[in-house]
Design a protein around this ligand. Structure first.
Ligand code: AP5
Ligand code: MG
Length: 215
């Protein structure tokens, strides 16, 4: 199963990739998570990426293409992968096609999770994260105990790019640089549109109907 989870910031890419990963035992490859881990560890890459991320800008393509190539070659991706947050530009998509061609793992589907902007804003302002990767929402998906992760018990925190200014820029950057990928993948017959406004489990059922035949 080689799947791309596509959609605007807050559409539910990470939430749904985690559920697919759990069900099918294949890795969720989130470039946002990889970059955030580097920021946390203070690596050279993290220091470079942080200024773009905090402003809601994309990190340069050359950096991302290197990251994704390394990650796709790791042994745990041999039986499939769930890309979450990559590709974000046409050059990233072209580079991905080249890498997947080399390793003979074609993309099975690009699942476009569609959600209108007012709902995205509500979701991102209410999002709380855990260090273990779990994600909550104060309105739509609250933890059992306020401020504490159900999975690992750590204190929850908000992402630095979930401020209203950074979110506004992320949505604008999506329209300019990422939305053209919809036609790109439509042209290849890979795009599957999903209504992402329904409950998390309902959205998952819809996505799973598309994904299951590729297991
Ligand atoms: P990244 O981490 O990829 O952020 P993003 O695309 O902005 O997307 P999000 O993670 O905010 O949203 P999501 O779709 O995963 O939604 P989630 O499931 O969390 O990237 C961050 C930054 O890193 C970028 O801005 C850029 O700087 C850099 N970067 C990363 N990849 C890059 C690349 N390829 N190229 C260049 N730069 C890159 O859900 C959101 C909230 O809604 C949660 O609270 C969740 O609980 C809730 N929710 C989810 N689904 C539902 C539902 N169905 N109903 C109700 N609530 C829901
Ligand atoms: Mg995400």
């Amino acid at each position: 199963m080689n799947i791309i989870l596509f959609g605007q910031p807050g559409a539910g890419k990470g939430t749904q990739a985690q559920k697919l990963s759990k069900k099918y035992g294949i890795p969720q490859i989130s470039t946002g998570d990889i970059l955030r881990a580097n920021v946390k560890e203070g690596t050279k890459l993290g220091l470079e990426a942080k200024k773009y991320m905090d402003a809601g800008e994309l990190v340069p393509d050359a950096v991302l293409i290197g990251i994704i190539k390394d990650r796709l070659l790791q042994p745990d991706a041999a039986n499939g992968f769930l890309l979450d947050g990559y590709p974000r530009t046409i050059p990233q998509a072209d580079a991905l096609a080249g890498i997947l061609d080399e390793i003979k793992k074609p993309i099975d589907a690009v699942i476009n999770i569609a959600v209108p902007t007012p709902i995205l804003l509500e979701r991102l302002s209410g999002r709380w994260m855990s260090a273990c990767g779990a994600s909550y929402n104060t309105v739509f998906n609250p933890p059992k105990k306020e401020g504490v992760c159900d999975v690992c018990g750590d204190q929850l925190f908000q992402r630095p790019d979930d401020t209203s200014a950074a979110v506004a820029n992320r949505l604008e950057v999506y329209q300019k640089q990422t939305a053209p990928l919809i036609d790109y993948y439509k042209g290849k017959g890979l795009l599957k549109d999903i209504d992402g406004t329904k409950d998390i489990d309902v959205v998952f059922e819809e996505i799973d109907k598309i994904a299951a035949p590729f297991k």
